[in-house]
Every structure is written in structure tokens, then in C-alpha cells.
Write a protein that binds this ligand. Structure first.
Ligand code: ATP
Length: 920
């Protein structure tokens, strides 16, 4: 294989590496596309062949920016010991060992190891889940290789590859432009320039010998910048660390995610509890000292109590819950990019959804075509070209010859390509290629006959697309397709059977009536227009388009997604409002909204423009459909909803949607049809573009939040229970019911398996049956704090009372073992009672978490071992219990469930009472 210079490609590649070409090769921008193609040994119309790609990849490596070095696993394990409590415990163990208390020293050391392994495992699992998630968002690039267009991993790009880009696409490597149609690029990531920069294929004319400054290399595209407008092709000139962005060290530092509001809340809660526990531990130590206990015993127990009482394990369980939760969501089609979004998802009150492709299938079929004086039905299904255009009721089945002219703009002003029932490109455009084929126009053939010499790409804001073609007589003709109301503003004539006629009011009314009729049957409406140009294709701008002749109007069906209706019903019961936001015609949008049961008024973009911010905020709750909107309107809508106190999820796919996706509390980008820019701006990416996936994510967000509440409740009730038990026993003049070793064992139960099992609890069936939680709600409101305090008090009272009573009947060691066992068993029931704030405690739901029951069974089995097995008894200082004594412990421990039931019953009675009074 040789390059155009006659050198073997591998030699060229080797030469590149040998000289370590500086990033971006500053002089490339001064060369013509042909020179660059020549140097890199590629024909831009064909691309590299597989062999070349393979060879160059071997020399240049993957097109990837190097990541910061990973922290070794053993250091991450050691991190588990970097905690002042653990440090104190370690010192305590050493001291205990030194004064001859080998048993406590061993127990403390073993428990610390178990704790560290557990913490390390939790962190690793969370990390793995998040890594797997990141791998799901691997960037792709569209290239031309071996003469065909294909999608490849951006990582596999090599110098010489021909890359194809559209508006919204992220530039995957540095490259020299070979095609640039109205290209604008956001280079803020590289140059800090916030305004998009225009780019062209023209070589930069820079006379100075010094390298051309980055911002002036207008014939180049740079990795990690984004195309905000137009269409481009480039030859890759530098990949990976040799790109401009690769040479900026700072750009490689991946920022760590700031803590979510919930993490901040839990951190501050943890700190406050640590202070409280500290005070309680000191109080306990003082009272034990007053009672004359040995100082070394008090010290050891006080430290162990601090470990058991301070919820130091909360952040790890929280991180794991969120990570596992987002992993579960990803498996169901919603990739959450920021953990904090899980919280917002659970609190979402409004979902603003695009219509096309999210609420509808994006499977477009042209059903009807209007030309002046005739209306055709279009037969055939999907993207196959079998079918025909028929005038309904007419006997004559052969369409008139001039029908071909009526669909020509649809075929030429179009980038979609059909291959035996499949298509590449935009579904709307593919449907129009199919329509053209059914009317006798082969789009591919026409595109070679009448070559395109320029274009104005489709833009959601302008709502039309135009292409310029050279006619056989050498003149230039413009073909336009787009929204009919927009086209009407650009048309001066309408095509009739007798040639072009001036558009009069009658025609305009008829055309608008046709559009409304198509729209109200849910059809997407596009018009086609054309005109001969008086000037060449060099300086096309929208204002320079001549007066157009409208030739036809197509009505395209795009059925609603079958699951969307059910998802909509679920939103209603869950108190989540749904608003459809679409660029489509108001009638089309209203018809689809009716089919999907979306309630509310229909407001158009033009009407929005006339409203003040206050007027919109006042009406926004009553609006169900925003039609004919431009992407900018989405930001206005998000702001109005946020002003009303809503938590807004907003979908988007285009480059212009990025601002709205960022402004919304939860930006949701489409994974299939979405642009790279939209995906980057979003918090959540849908892998299936389906509206019902958003609703599932909201459900999952609620379930995750509920689980966080569950394990926080579980852990804090145990913490408070432990403190109150030791304090209570001490104040009652009883010996301490829990030794240091026992306290540490309880700590493992708390931070360990049961807490994690609660973290993956399945959602309750009614999770979407109540309104969203108030986003300002604190995770521990007065109601939950009361429940926690109540459970802790019950545990302490039960344990201390049992100890006091048992001492009158059995020997002191048995009584102490019974107290310890009771406290551990309390935690089993505590885990069950923490699974919700309301409703019946015993029911089918209690049996739906197998992991929890396994954990509880495990804890019980280990506790039996700790009490009954001789070697464990020496470690924990316990004595064996009889079956009756076990039953007694179990019975006492179950009171925490009973207490929770009483609390719920009282609350429900109070609620009913309040409702009763309000009703009266
Ligand atoms: P959404 O995806 O937000 O629900 P949409 O996809 O229906 O909205 P747009 O794609 O912005 O909205 O389309 C708005 C209008 O622009 C359509 O009603 C149609 O008339 C016209 N249009 C859509 N696609 C094209 C295209 N490829 N070329 C020309 N005009 C188009």
C-alpha cells in the first residue's frame, strides 16, 4: 500500500511518529484539502481501506486522551483505615494487647478488618457500576472507509480517516475540512471563545512564518469541539494525545462530581450525630466512672460505643445505593450521568417531552399528497417502495406525468438513503424518498443527474431545508422543503396543471385548510417548493432565496408509541404532569395529544412570544401542548415551570436543545436520535428514545430515594438504641449490657449486609400512586425523626428491662447474654419496620426482598453461633442460652415492630381526624 507521495503508508506513519509532529500540525490549515489528502494517502471520496486503518492504528494507537493514573487497589483498601474513629480503635487494640487483654485486642483487630473489607467492597461495587455506565456512553464517529459510510467507535480513528459530521456532532479528532456547508463550531472547550466560529474549506492565508494561532485555523476542526451548525467532512490529521486538546494537560483532568444535595444533607446529619454521640459517650463514660468501673474497661467500651453510635457507614451505603440504582436504570434504558439526578428524578413533578420519536415511534410513512387541484392517497407500508399514489374514488389509477415534478424537491432536498427497506438518515426524509419512489422518482438517480452544489441544512428554528442543483442547461435551481406555514411566507406562486400561477388569498386559504386537515388527523405536514435562481450558488443565505413556487404538500403518519398511553396514565396517578413540546404544527400536535390523553391547552411558539414571563407562569400549568416551538422556547418553558416550583424533566435531541437540557432539573437526551451536544448537556440519556423509559426512571428514582430513607432510618435507630441502652443501664445502676466486642459486632450488622439489602429493596407497588415528594423536604423530617427516636427508645427500654428482670431469675452472665442477644435481635425487626413510613407492617411486601431475608437469617445464625459455640463464647464473653431464653429475647425484640405499628396507627388516626375536621 502506498500513499500519493509514493511512500508506503506505514513509512509515512512511522515518519509521523519519529518526528513527533506537534499537536494539530499548525501548518495543515494553510494546505489545500488535496494537499492534506495527498500527504495522508487518502481519497476523501473513498476513505481509507481496512488494511490502512489497521496499519495506522498499530502505529498511532487508540484515538483516546490518556486518563489520570488510577489509584492502586491496595491503597484504596488502606483508605478504609483513614478515619479518626478507626485510628482510636487501633490504638485501643494496641493498648488492650499491651496490658494483656489479648482477647479484646484480637476482636477489635478482626472487626476492623471485616469493616474495612466491607467498606472496600461497597466502594468497589459502586465504582464498577459507574464504570460500566460510562462504557455505555462510548462516543461514535461517522466515517467513510472502503468507499462506504459507517459508524465506528471514535477511539478507532486514525490519521487519514474521513469523518462526516452534522450539527450537534462532537468532533472526534483533529482534522482538515474537505466539505463545509454553513459550518459553525463551538470551540469554547479549547479556546474559551463562547461564540461559535465559522469554518470553511478555504486554506488559511497566513503570511507570517510563525504557526497560525489556534483561533484562526478556520479550515481545521479540533477534537472535543462541537459543530453547532451545518454539515462537514474532514480528513483526520491528529488523534489522541497528539490533538490540540491532548496537548492541554488541564483538559485531561476529569472533574469529580460535586456531592448531591442528599449527600450534603447526610454529611451534615452525620456530623451533627457524631457530636451528639460524642456527648452521649462522654456522659456514659462519666456515669460508669462514678459507678467505679475500671478505667481501661470504660475507655475501651466508650470507643466501641462511639464506633457503634456514629453512622460512619452512611456515605458508603448511600454511594452504593445510588450506583446500583443507576445501574438498574441503565439496564432499563435510562443512563444517568450524574448521581444527583436520581434524587431529582424521584421528585419530578413535570415531564416535558418532545413528540417525534419520544411519544411517537418515529416510523414515518407518507399517507397523502396534495397538489393544486388534486389529492392523492399513498398506499404501501414502512420504508419499502411498493405502493402507489391514487386519487380516491377515481377509476384511472395511473398518476399524471407531472406528478414527478411535484415530488422532485422532496427527493433532491433530502439526505436520506434507502437500501431495500432500510434507510440511513432522518426518518421524515426517508419517508419522502419512499413517497418520491412511489410517484416514479428515483432519488439516487436524480441526485446524480442534478448534482447538489450547495445547501441550507434543516434547522429546528427555521423549519425548512434548501438545496441548490445545477440544471442540465447549467442554471441553478433551489429545492426547498419544510413546514407549510413557513414555506407559504417564501412562496409567490403555486404550481397548477397549467403551469405556475401567482398565489392569491384563495390559494393560501385552501393550502392552510389542507394543512389543518392533515394535521388534525395526526399527520406531520411538509411542503415542497422550488425556483430557478438568477445567481450562482456561491453566496446562499436564507434572505437571498428567490420567490418560490409551492409544488406539493405531503402528510406523513407517525403513530404514537403503544406504551406511551399507559405511561401517561401512570404519570397521572403519580401526580406528574406531562407536556408535549414539538416543532410540529399545532393541529398535528393536538391530534397526537388527544390520542395519548395529554390534557391541557395547545399553545404555539408565536403565542409564547407574545406572552410575558409572568403571563406564561400563570398559564403554564394549564397548557398540555406547546406546538411550533423553536428550541429557544424550551428554556422559557423550563423557567416558567421552575418559577411555579416544579421539578422539571425536559427532553431534547438537537444541538439547540442543549441550553434547555441544562436549564431543566433533569435534562433527558435521546440516545438514538440525539446529537452528541445534547447527550453531553443532559443528565440522563435514553438508550431507546422512549417516553415510557422516562416514566420508569422516575419510578426508579422514587424507589431509590425511599430505600435511602429506609437504611438511614435503620442505621440511626440502631445508633440511638445503642447509646440509650448503655446510658440507660448505667443510670439504672446495672452492669453494661454490651461489651466493646459486642458493640463492634453490632456495628458490622448495621453498616453491613442488612443495610445493603435495604438499599436494594424492590419498590413498593404504590410508589407511583402518590404525588411526588416535596423537593425541599429533608430526608429526616420531624415524622421520621420521631420514628427513629421512638424505635431507639423501645430497643433501649426492652434491653435494659430484660436485663434488670432476668438478673432476678438467672445468673448475671446469662442475663447479660440475653440482653446482648435481645439488642441484636432488635436489629432484625428494626430492619423490617424501617421499610416504609406508612401502611401495614406485615403483608406480602415484607416477603419481596429475598436478599434482606437472607441477611436477617444470616445475622440470626451468626448470633446463635456467637452465643452457643464455645470458641465464639470466649471471644464475645457470652454463655449459652436455653430455648425459652431465646424465645424470651425474640419476643422482647419484636416489640419494636409492635411499637412502629402503634405509631403508624396513631398517625393514621390523627390524619383521619384532621381530614374529618377539614371536611366539616
Ligand atoms: P419534536 O421532535 O420536538 O417533537 P418535531 O421533530 O416534530 O418536533 P421538528 O423536527 O423541529 O419538530 O420539525 C418541525 C417542522 O419542520 C415539521 O413540522 C416539518 O414541517 C418540518 N421539518 C421536519 N423535518 C424536516 C426536514 N428534514 N426538512 C425540512 N423540514 C422539516
Amino acid at each position: 500500500m502506498t500513499t500519493l507521495d509514493g511512500k508506503p503508508a506505514s513509512e509515512v506513519a512511522r515518519a509521523d511518529t519519529a518526528t513527533q509532529v506537534p499537536a494539530g500540525e499548525p501548518d495543515t490549515c494553510r494546505q489545500t484539502p488535496a494537499q492534506v489528502a495527498d500527504r495522508l494517502g487518502v481519497d476523501p471520496g473513498v476513505g481509507l481501506d481496512t488494511g490502512q486503518v489497521f496499519e495506522r492504528a498499530a502505529v498511532h494507537g487508540a484515538n483516546r486522551l490518556s486518563e489520570p493514573a488510577r489509584r492502586p487497589e491496595w491503597l484504596k483498601f488502606l483508605d478504609q483505615f483513614r478515619n479518626w474513629l478507626i485510628a482510636i480503635l487501633l490504638i485501643a487494640a494496641v493498648v488492650a494487647g499491651a496490658i494483656g487483654d489479648i482477647r479484646d485486642a484480637v476482636v477489635i483487630t478482626v472487626v476492623l478488618q471485616i469493616n474495612a473489607v466491607l467498606g472496600y467492597w461497597q466502594e468497589r461495587r459502586a465504582e464498577r457500576s459507574l464504570e460500566a455506565l460510562r462504557r455505555m456512553l462510548v462516543p461514535l464517529a461517522r466515517v467513510r472507509r472502503d468507499g462506504t459510510e459507517q459508524e465506528v467507535k471514535a477511539q478507532s480513528l486514525v490519521p487519514g480517516d474521513v469523518v462526516l459530521l452534522e450539527a450537534g456532532g462532537r468532533v472526534p479528532a483533529d482534522g482538515r475540512l474537505t466539505v463545509a456547508e454553513t459550518v459553525e463550531v463551538d470551540e469554547a472547550a479549547l479556546t474559551g471563545e463562547s461564540q461559535p466560529v465559522a469554518k470553511s474549506v478555504t486554506a488559511v492565508d497566513h503570511t507570517a512564518t510563525a504557526p497560525v494561532p489556534l483561533a484562526e485555523r478556520t479550515s481545521m476542526l479540533f477534537m472535543n469541539t462541537a459543530l453547532t451548525r451545518g454539515r462537514a467532512e474532514m480528513i483526520v490529521t491528529a488523534t489522541g494525545m497528539r490533538t490540540e486538546v491532548g496537548s492541554i494537560a488541564e483538559a485531561l483532568r476529569t472533574g469529580t462530581e460535586p456531592p448531591s444535595p442528599l449527600q450534603v444533607q447526610l454529611d451534615s446529619l452525620g456530623r451533627r450525630l457524631a457530636v451528639l454521640s460524642g456527648v452521649a459517650v462522654v456522659a456514659y463514660a462519666l456515669s460508669a466512672w462514678v459507678r467505679g468501673e475500671s478505667l481501661s474497661d470504660i475507655a475501651l467500651r466508650a470507643v466501641a460505643l462511639a464506633v457503634a453510635a456514629i453512622p460512619e457507614g452512611l456515605p458508603a451505603v448511600l454511594a452504593l445505593t445510588l450506583a446500583l440504582g443507576v445501574h438498574r436504570m441503565a439496564r432499563r434504558g435510562a443512563i444517568v450521568k450524574r448521581l444527583a439526578s436520581v434524587e431529582s428524578l424521584g421528585a419530578a413533578t413535570v415531564v416535558c417531552s418532545d413528540k417525534t420519536g419520544t411519544l411517537t415511534l418515529n416510523e414515518m410513512t407518507a399517507r397523502t399528497l396534495w397538489t393544486e387541484g388534486r389529492l392523492y392517497d399513498v398506499t404501501g407500508e414502512g420504508y419499502g417502495t411498493t405502493g402507489a399514489l391514487r386519487v380516491p374514488g377515481a377509476d384511472d389509477t395511473s398518476p399524471p406525468d407531472d406528478l414527478r415534478a411535484a415530488v422532485l424537491p422532496f427527493a433532491l432536498c433530502n439526505d436520506a438513503r434507502l437500501t431495500s427497506g432500510y434507510f440511513i438518515g432522518d426518518p421524515t426524509e426517508a419517508a419522502l424518498v419512499v413517497l418520491a419512489a412511489k410517484a416514479g422518482v428515483d432519488a439516487d438517480w436524480m441526485r446524480t443527474e442534478l448534482p447538489r452544489v450547495g445547501e441550507l441544512p434543516f434547522d429546528g428554528a427555521t423549519k425548512y431545508m434548501a438545496t441548490f442543483h445545477t440544471e442540465p442547461d447549467g442554471r441553478t435551481r433551489v429545492h426547498v422543503k419544510g413546514a407549510v406555514d413557513v414555506l407559504l411566507g417564501m412562496c409567490t406562486d403555486v404550481r397548477t396543471e397549467d403551469g405556475a400561477r401567482a398565489l392569491d388569498e384563495g390559494h393560501r386559504d385552501e393550502i392552510l385548510a389542507v394543512t389543518a386537515r392533515f394535521g388534525s388527523s395526526g399527520l406531520r405536514v411538509l411542503g415542497a417548493a422550488t425556483a430557478l435562481m438568477d445567481f450562482g450558488p456561491s453566496a446562499f443565505t436564507p434572505v437571498e432565496l428567490p420567490g418560490l413556487t409551492l409544488v406539493s404538500i405531503a402528510g406523513i403518519a407517525d403513530p404514537p408509541r403503544p406504551q406511551a398511553r399507559d405511561a401517561m396514565a401512570l404519570c397521572r396517578t403519580a401526580g406528574v404532569a406531562v407536556k408535549m413540546i414539538t416543532g410540529d404544527h399545532a393541529d398535528t400536535a393536538a391530534a397526537i395529544a388527544r390520542e395519548l390523553d395529554i390534557a391541557g391547552d395547545v399553545v404555539t411558539g408565536a403565542e409564547l412570544d407574545r406572552m410575558t414571563e409572568e403571563q406564561l407562569a400563570e398559564r403554564v400549568d394549564d397548557i398540555g401542548v406547546f406546538a411550533r416551538v423553536a428550541p429557544d422556547h424550551k428554556v422559557v418553558i423550563v423557567r416558567a415551570l421552575a418559577n411555579r416550583g416544579h421539578i422539571v424533566a425536559m427532553t431534547g435531541d438537537g444541538v439547540n436543545d442543549a441550553a434547555a437540557l441544562k436549564a431543566a432539573h433533569i435534562g433527558v437526551a435521546m440516545g438514538i436520535t440525539g446529537t452528541d451536544v445534547a447527550k453531553e448537556a443532559a443528565d440522563v440519556v435514553l438508550t431507546d428514545d422512549d417516553f415510557s423509559t422516562i416514566v420508569r426512571a422516575v419510578r426508579e428514582g422514587r424507589a431509590i430515594y425511599a430505600n435511602i430513607v429506609k437504611f438511614v432510618r435503620f442505621q440511626l435507630a440502631t445508633n440511638i438504641g445503642a447509646i440509650l441502652t448503655l446510658l440507660g443501664a448505667s443510670l439504672a445502676g446495672l452492669p453494661s449490657p454490651l461489651t466493646a466486642a459486642q458493640l463492634l459486632w453490632i456495628n458490622i450488622i448495621m453498616d453491613g449486609p442488612p443495610a445493603m439489602a435495604l438499599a436494594v429493596d424492590p419498590a413498593r407497588d404504590d410508589v407511583m400512586q402518590h404525588p411526588p415528594r416535596d423537593p425541599r423536604e429533608r430526608i429526616l423530617d420531624a415524622r421520621r425523626l420521631l420514628a427513629i427516636g421512638w424505635a431507639g427508645a423501645v430497643m433501649a427500654t426492652g434491653t435494659v428491662t430484660l436485663l434488670a428482670v432476668a438478673r432476678s431469675y438467672v445468673d448475671p452472665d446469662t442475663a447479660l447474654t440475653m440482653a446482648f442477644t435481645t439488642f441484636v435481635l432488635y436489629q432484625l425487626f428494626n430492619a423490617l419496620s424501617a421499610r416504609g413510613d406508612d401502611g401495614p407492617l406485615l403483608g406480602r411486601y415484607q416477603f419481596r426482598n429475598r436478599a434482606l431475608w437472607l441477611c436477617l437469617g444470616g445475622v440470626l445464625a451468626v448470633q446463635v453461633a456467637v452465643v452457643q459455640l464455645p470458641w465464639a463464647r470466649t471471644v464475645f464473653g457470652t454463655v449459652p442460652l436455653t430455648v425459652t431464653q431465646w424465645a424470651l429475647c425474640l419476643g422482647t425484640a419484636s416489640t419494636v415492630l409492635l411499637a412502629e405499628s402503634v405509631l403508624r396507627a396513631v398517625r393514621s388516626a390523627l390524619r383521619n381526624h384532621r381530614c374529618h375536621i377539614t371536611a366539616r
